[in-house]
Design a protein around this ligand. Structure first.
Ligand code: HAS
Length: 557
């Protein structure tokens, strides 16, 4: 597809500005592991305090980078797959909102006024500009989505007999989940946190805020994952040299995510006192339902890969594995390494989610370093690798410039995979031995003279740090390739093509073709899952919390 100047600039800015911020976010990830292992002594990393660095790491990597990427990817995918243009002025407006929001939030974090971590639970209080900034990022992404809807409706009218391309189905499911879920966090931010941090009201209902956050927070993780699933279903089979095994399975998976992404948030609150056990159990059941689309994905993708391997000449039970393009660096084949490395990591990320989802077993691991072990194998595994791989591809195509050190494109994801395996193993093993997450113990656990001395943790924090160093090195190579592209030869013409897979089984199942019934059922399920939870929270919380800033603690009443 020929890309006009305006669209090219929009997408490049939406990718490269958060990528530049990501360098900071990743650097502070490295600082975390080195500090926790006791390998750097100072509790101040490059001028930032522990919780400040951790907030920057979480907000930039998990909230800002992912949201910008999702919007940029949609902005290029919609015209590519539908062959129609959207309103560019609205698209620029969405970008301006997101950029302003990012600047506000970054200022608040960097000036030490928002060390509240990416979950910003009250009574930890941030500067109002932090909350306003995050709200603007969310609103900006809504504007982008609302800009695609009329284009899609026009395409539908003009192509009544065609099925919506699978990439568009995934994109719309991703943004439907995001838009509906973010209403909860928008309410929390606009009506609770901003007035409270402005000082207009004295207290905030911390438990209600947490509940609203997780009503948004778990669908948020599927908002991230769905971005990767778009690539796995629409592109991976083609990159591997084959076809998508079942068109119906892909559509069903996306529709099931509409249903089950939302009614599960209480599995983050199993230890919260004000929610009844019965509702926690209900959310456990819903959480087990959300495994279905991921198991379906595992089988459909494995079948697609087997088809590709056999088509490439592979035989036998596992011989076809050898015919997959594991180390190919030509054309778009290198994308395979980013996708497959993420999928391998996700097998373990998924299993650890299975452990946490159990209401009873969760009590063993909640708030321990097990949990960051889990989420680095999900969001920093399949999601991060798919996003960074696709970002490299889009920038390479849109600038027309060669990727420097092309052979290293396959090195980065496999290094990252090995790094993540060590990193998460260390965290999870430490978690089983009681190592807390997000806690600055001032390294007392490494000091034999301290009453908090925990000799077990020494090995696990060290393994985590080795994994973190490998991940950091992989990212150094990645950024050299990404930004180095601007200094390399121009070999392309700035057009873009995506490797879109044909279906092998092209089943025609009408009930997975229309979003509307799924959205209606979602709203019903959310009402069933959340009405009693909110009533419980409202009935069992009394008064509210005054603000608490970690940098300027005020005595609690
Ligand atoms: Fe989670 C906490 C449960 C998935 C992210 N999760 C978190 C947090 C984050 C996060 C960020 O029940 C921490 C929040 C915080 O700060 O407190 N999670 C689950 C469950 C799933 C799950 C049941 N999580 C994700 C994904 C994330 C993510 C995806 C990001 C993208 N999570 C929890 C729970 C907690 C939690 C509790 C709270 C813990 C606590 O106590 O605080 C499921 O959706 C997972 C299903 C996935 C699978 C894997 C399928 C495997 C596939 C790969 C196949 C491989 C192939 C390759 C095809 C079942 C699809 C084959 C190769 C060939 C060559 C053939």
């Amino acid at each position: 597809m020929k890309v006009d100047r305006g669209l090219r600039w929009l997408v490049l800015l939406e990718l490269l500005i958060p990528a530049a911020l990501l360098t900071l976010g990743i650097y502070h990830g490295l600082m975390q592991v080195l500090y926790r292992a006791g390998w750097i002594r100072a509790s101040e990393f490059w001028g930032l305090e522990y919780y400040q660095g951790l907030t920057l790491h979480g907000v930039v990597n998990a909230l800002v980078f992912t949201t910008f990427f999702a919007v940029a990817f949609g902005n290029i995918l919609v015209p590519y797959l539908l062959k129609m243009r959207y309103n560019m002025k609205v698209a620029w407006f969405s970008f301006a909102l997101m950029l302003t929001g990012t600047l506000f939030a970054s200022w608040a974090i960097l000036s030490r006024k928002a060390s509240v971590l990416y979950t910003f639970y009250p009574p930890l209080k941030a500067h109002p500009l932090f909350y306003i900034g995050l709200a603007l990022v969310v609103i900006g992404s809504w504007v982008a989505f609302f800009n695609w809807i009329p284009v899609y409706l026009r395409w539908r009218r003009e192509n009544p007999d065609k099925k919506t391309p699978i990439g568009i189905v995934g994109l719309f499911v991703q943004f439907i989940v995001w838009t509906i879920a973010s209403v909860a966090v928008a309410y929390e931010i606009v009506f609770m946190l901003i007035p409270w941090s402005m000082g207009w009201v004295e207290t905030v209902n911390a438990e209600l805020a947490r509940t609203l956050f997780w009503m948004f927070g778990h669908p948020l993780v599927y908002f991230w994952l769905l971005g990767a699933y778009i690539m796995y279903y629409a592109m991976l089979p083609k990159v591997a040299g084959g076809k998508l095994y079942s068109d119906f399975a892909a559509r069903l998976v996306f529709m099931l995510f509409i249903l089950f992404s939302m009614p599960v948030g209480v599995h983050h609150q199993f230890t919260d006192p004000s929610i009844g056990h019965n509702w926690k159990l209900l959310h456990t059941f819903f959480t087990y339902l959300v495994f279905i689309p991921s198991f379906l994905t595992a089988f459909t993708l494995a079948a697609s890969l087997e088809y590709a391997g056999r088509k490439n000449g592979g035989n036998g039970l596992f011989g076809w594995w050898l015919r997959l393009p594991w180390f190919r660096t030509d054309g778009n084949k290198w994308l395979f390494s980013y996708f497959i490395a993420g999928l391998f990591i996700f097998i373990f990320g998924g299993i650890s989610g299975l452990v946490q989802a159990s209401y009873s077993v969760n009590l063993l691991v909640h708030n321990t370093s097990w949990v960051p072990g889990h989420f680095h194998m999900t969001v920093a595994g399949p999601v991060f690798l798919a996003f960074t791989g696709m970002m490299l591809y889009i920038v390479h195509r849109l600038t027309g410039r060669e990727i420097p050190f092309r052979r290293f494109t396959v090195l980065v994801p496999y290094m990252w995979m090995i790094g993540i395996a060590l990193f998460s193993w260390g965290l999870m093993r430490g978690g089983l031995h009681g190592e807390p997450r997000r806690t600055n113990l001032g390294l007392s656990y490494l000091n034999p003279d301290s009453p908090l001395y925990m000799p077990d943790w020494k090995l696990y924090t060290a393994i985590t740090a080795v994994g973190g160093i490998i991940m950091f090195t992989a990212m150094l190579i990645y950024f050299i390739q990404l930004f180095g592209m601007f200094f390399s030869k121009k070999t392309g013409d700035g057009t873009i093509e995506f490797p879109i897979a044909e279906p092998y089984h092209d089943e025609n199942v009408p009930w997975v073709l229309n979003f509307r019934p799924w959205i209606i059922v979602l709203l019903i399920i959310v009402a069933i899952a959340y009405t009693p939870v909110i009533i419980d929270v409202m009935q069992s919380t009394f008064g509210g919390s005054p603000p608490y800033s970690p940098e300027n603690p005020i005595p609690l009443r």
